[in-house]
Design a protein around this ligand. Sequence first.
Ligand SMILES: Nc1ncnc2c1ncn2[C@@H]1O[C@H](COP(=O)(O)OP(=O)(O)OP(=O)(O)O)[C@@H](O)[C@H]1O
Ligand SMILES: [Mg+2]
Length: 246
Amino acid sequence: MSALVVSDVSRNFGGVQALSNVSMTAEPGERHLIIGPNGAGKTTLFNVLTGTFAASGGSVLLFGRDITQLPPYERARLGLARTFQITNLFPRLTVLENVLLALQAADTSAFSLYRRLRANVPVFRRAKALLDDWDLAAIAEKTAKEISYGEKRQVDLILAIAARPKVLLLDEPIAGLSAAEVVRVVGMIRRLPREITILMIEHDMDVAFELADRITVLHQGRLIADGDVAAIRNDPQVAEIYLGAD
Ligand SMILES: Nc1ncnc2c1ncn2[C@@H]1O[C@H](COP(=O)(O)OP(=O)(O)OP(=O)(O)O)[C@@H](O)[C@H]1O
Ligand SMILES: [Mg+2]
């Protein structure tokens, strides 16, 4: 069964057709890259998948279940997680506290809501372990506003995987990073377990080609190409859009 089946999804904003009849499929474990010029509809596709915006038409199946009408928190509960194009941390909380909050939000036991953040021992241990595993223990007690932008993007990724999602949507996770930070964050993405299906929006073609099992190309709200790296590299329409865009 496919992880995600998007059928004929459309979304307009007033007169702007941000997505027009887009259909695509992501298989379990796939690294599926979404590329396309600015304004192509990439983030809108993510917003429709997560339920942030309702689709104007079409349907979305998550592991065979129709989630098109579900609110965002229900979709999250079914295993859909995302990171945003802009970092989303609580600036005055420490990195550890940000991770604790994400874990707490994913914790289904009702009592956890009433406990103080650091008093929930299993959650506290898991937060520490996550930061250790991903080599971020050194910044655990710094506030989110004190850490570098590259570190913020790494913590964003930790928050998104904290709930052990089945499908993870990454919206330009390396945009604005230095070369060294790109290496680090791409390394983290490569290390994510294959139990997680990943859809990732990326502008850098080299990074997209490096990570992708499959690539979907959007342009002006329409899907113009979909295939493996070789197919997309050799697609004349894709080349034309990228040459035309500069
Ligand atoms: N909330 C909104 N209200 C109105 N128009 C929107 C909204 N979100 C997106 N749009 C419009 O929909 C189109 C697609 O935008 P979207 O953000 O999905 O593009 P994108 O491919 O993610 O671009 P970028 O590479 O710049 O992030 C654009 O014309 C944009 O202005
Ligand atoms: Mg975008």
